[in-house]
Design a binder for this molecule. Structure first.
Ligand code: PAD
Ligand code: ZN
Ligand code: ZN
Length: 380
């Protein structure tokens, strides 16, 4: 029986409030309105940014909410005015939209788009559909969307600017990682840091984002890739992906930036911070060489914190920059990244530690908190 135009009842993980486990609930998903698409999510990754959203220290979230922003699925139905998608298309929801018309989309200088949901400080302040309403209800309550994607639901509704069609042959339980973690880390290196052949790099934090940054450094032709993590279990995979020197700061009496500057002739050319810790952001800048060292921030720090950087570091020629979704213009780039994966230009499979049924979502978060997974993929 067709579901087009009808409310769909399905399974979703609701975060009713900060700091508590998700509860798997039956939710009602309304049909898509104008310029919206309803997508059947097939697979979704779990990213540290989802954990930030339910971390009481961040104090930014709206509740109750359906999180998830690293998914892939199949179009179920389209609302009025949608021309680019049809039922059956394989798609990736985009938390960084690309409307193609705003001043940011028209500029080659940025991958931001003003249609982005929930960048309170910059552009928008709602976790709802563009018309200010939600398509989700549960137990009679309206449920907030998240980053315009909400992939922790068997069905979700997204705006047509927050979705892109991909290769029909793509395995959704792998390419979902192109929706966030892989693209962010890899793009931070390729697009934002612009790592050069023969250069030396330091990647701080070896989660899905940091390991993707290691892959980016290797692809860019870096000659030496330091990786830094307090969890030494991450080092063997980092080495497989191209790391040359694995450092655990807890093994040294000196600050890690001093260790790196001593080993590497005054510092590395590029440092990439993939943790979200302001002290490590400072260390990352300080471990780069004077003259031209570049520090790229990827990690998202607890709200309200600042990086304690000495201007002298900058006066001495070091630069600091940061990335959102790896600098990729999403609609243009995500299908190409999927094709590159299909052509075996990079290895997403290495990032998938576990694939679990969706109902195990709380286990997936525990595996991340305990440092036992790179990425867990949840499948419906
Ligand atoms: P993750 O939690 O899987 O990995 C973080 C890694 O850092 C782990 O291996 C930890 O052991 C390690 N770590 C933690 N503390 C320290 C420390 N003090 N010293 C050394 N190592 C440490 O996270 P992830 O890879 O999913 O995400 C990493 C960050 O990137 C996180 O802050 C997330 O919110 C952010 C992010 N940003 C964007 C963006 O567009 N800028 C996108 C996606 C994720
Ligand atoms: Zn993410
Ligand atoms: Zn735009």
């Amino acid at each position: 029986m067709s579901t087009v135009g009808k409310v769909i009842k399905c399974k979703a993980a609701i975060a009713w409030e900060a700091g508590n486990p998700f509860s798997i609930e039956e939710v009602e998903v309304a049909p898509p309105k104008e310029h919206e698409i309803r997508v059947k999510i097939v697979a979704t990754g779990v990213c540290r940014s989802d954990a930030h959203a339910i971390n009481p220290n961040f104090k930014e979230g709206l509740f109750p909410v359906i999180l998830g922003h690293e998914g892939a699925g199949i179009v179920e139905s389209t609302g009025p005015g949608v021309t680019q998608f049809k039922p059956g298309d394989k798609v990736i929801p985009l938390y960084m939209p690309q409307c193609g018309q705003c001043k940011f989309c028209l500029s080659p200088k940025t991958n931001l788009c003003e249609k982005i949901s929930k960048i309170k400080t910059a552009i928008s302040d709602q976790d709802l559909m563009p018309n200010g309403t939600s398509r989700f209800t549960c137990r009679g309550k309206q449920i907030y969307h998240f980053m315009g994607t909400s992939t922790f639901s068997e069905y979700t509704v997204v705006s047509e600017t927050s979705l892109v069609k991909i290769d029909a042959a793509a395995p959704l339980d792998k390419v979902c990682l192109i929706g966030c973690g892989f693209s962010t880390g890899y793009g931070a290196v390729i697009n934002t840091a612009k790592v050069e052949p023969g250069s030396t790099c330091a990647v701080f934090g070896l989660g899905g984002v940091g390991l993707s940054a290691v892959m980016g450094c290797k692809a860019a032709g870096a000659s030496r890739i330091f990786v830094i993590d307090i969890n030494k279990d991450k080092f063997s995979l980092a080495k497989e992906l191209g790391a040359t020197d694995c450092l655990n700061p807890q093994d040294f009496k000196k600050p890690i930036q001093e260790v790196i500057t001593e080993i590497n002739d005054g510092g590395v050319d590029f440092a990439i911070e993939c943790i979200g810790n302001i002290a490590i952001m400072k260390a990352a800048l300080e471990c780069t060489t004077v003259g031209w060292g570049t520090c790229t921030i990827v990690g998202v720090a607890v709200g309200g914190q600042s990086i304690p950087v000495s201007p002298m570091q900058l006066i001495m020629g070091k630069k600091i920059n940061a990335t959102f979704f790896g600098g990729w213009k999403s609609v243009d780039s995500v299908p190409k990244l999927v094709s590159d994966y299909m052509a075996k230009k990079f290895n997403l499979d290495a990032l998938v530690t576990y694939t679990l049924p969706f109902d195990k979502i709380n286990d997936a978060f525990d595996l991340m908190y305990e440092g036992k997974s790179i990425r867990t993929i949840l499948v419906f």
